[in-house]
Design a protein around this ligand. Structure first.
Ligand SMILES: Cc1cc2nc3c(=O)[nH]c(=O)nc-3n(C[C@H](O)[C@H](O)[C@H](O)COP(=O)(O)OP(=O)(O)OC[C@H]3O[C@@H](n4cnc5c(N)ncnc54)[C@H](O)[C@@H]3O)c2cc1C
Length: 319
């Protein structure tokens, strides 16, 4: 049995930010992830200046591609406007790998199946043990399901479904477009260019609202791909989308039980208005680490619930 001070299940932005802070303070940390990194993560890869601020990262010091977006081009039910702002796009394939390496935590490729408590230790699949356990395994995190789910069931009203594709494309338009409520979609769709010749296009909506209307997200996806073709943003591309589900910010979930913590998508923290989850994942990872180090209670209160403020008041987070 391999023992550590802290085991973190999931090496996404939540897990690796938590690991970074703990390792920096001398803790022996193991990150367990079912995938070897770099790994594919479905995500548009939009990050706010707040994310850079939390990571204490200047964009010029990031060793991979990062594209600055000085305007977001909104289309809300056919009404177009451009919002001057300062946002960024990265590729998760690169970003998550970089964050994980930066943490300097021990890493094991392992799909966690079974978690049990043995005295003060959390034991994972009879292989790894630690007195502190952090669940950072995203929507299907085993720590959520085995340690938290019974007492803190998630609110299915806040579950969103997505389709997206990221692919190399010689784009001629490096602006970021967002279509809200297009074709009555209970959500929005996007075109996000990346710094190194990639684009990400996708769509997300609340599942409950789609069901109530008897609609399928796939039909909305087809509508989006046709629009991208019609507007000349993407030409002659045979779309191969993938889907993923996650939760918007939950009102009451308690993120700590004894010495087990939930962070990132495992706790359902994406912002209510935009489904932005990278910032909340990183912020919750840092807050959990500070709680582990200080013994003070872990709370989600400081984590942003809405993205709109970071779009409008981006300069507050100047890096
Ligand atoms: C289509 C789409 C577009 C999005 N666009 C944006 C965006 O532009 N900007 C933004 O801020 N947010 C966006 N989000 C949300 C964002 O991607 C997530 O909120 C964010 O990735 C959460 O990070 P995390 O570290 O909590 O989880 P994840 O990044 O999902 O990492 C979880 C890790 O846990 C591992 N894991 C899972 N189960 C196990 C197991 N049993 N054993 C071991 N390891 C396991 C997984 O392999 C994974 O590496 C988007 C989401 C989707 C689906």
């Amino acid at each position: 049995m391999k023992t550590y001070d802290v085991i973190i299940v999931g090496g996404g932005p939540a897990g690796s930010s938590c690991a970074y802070e703990l390792v920096r303070h001398g803790k022996r940390v193991l990150v367990v992830d079912r995938h070897e990194f770099p790994r594919l993560k479905l995500c548009a890869g939009w990050i706010t200046p707040r994310v850079l601020h939390l990571l204490k990262l200047h964009p010029e010091d990031y060793p991979h591609s990062i594209l600055r977006l000085n305007r977001l081009h909104f289309n809300v039910k056919g009404r177009k406007f451009a919002l001057p702002t300062r946002q960024y796009s990265i590729r998760r394939y690169e970003f998550d790998h970089w964050l994980l390496q930066r943490s300097r935590a021990a890493f094991e490729k392992h799909a966690v199946r079974h978690i049990q408590k043995d005295g003060r230790y959390y034991v994972l699949d009879d292989e790894f043990a630690a007195p502190v356990l952090v669940g950072a395994g995203g929507t299907n995190c085993p720590v959520y399901h085995q340690v938290f789910a019974k007492q803190f069931p998630r609110n299915e009203n806040d579950r969103i479904a997505t389709f997206e594709e990221e692919f190399p494309y010689d784009y001629h338009d490096d602006r970021c477009y967002l279509w809200f409520f297009e074709n009555d979609l209970p959500g929005y769709s996007w075109y996000v260019p990346k710094g190194n010749g990639y684009v990400n296009v996708g769509i997300g909506a609340k599942i409950r609202l789609l069901k109530e209307r008897g609609e399928r997200l796939r039909d909305h996806w087809h509508h989006l791909t046709q629009r991208l073709e019609a507007e000349g943003l993407i030409r002659n591309h045979s779309f191969q989308d993938k889907g993923h589900q996650y939760f918007l910010r939950q009102p009451i979930l308690r993120p700590q039980r004894d010495n087990a913590y939930l962070i990132g998508d495992a706790a359902g923290l994406a912002t209510i208005d935009m489904g932005e989850g990278i910032g909340p994942a990183i912020h919750s990872g840092l807050l959990a680490a500070q709680s582990i180090l200080s013994g003070k209670p872990y709370t989600l209160k400081p984590i942003a619930r809405y993205s709109a403020w970071d779009l409008l008041f981006w300069w507050r987070w100047r890096v």
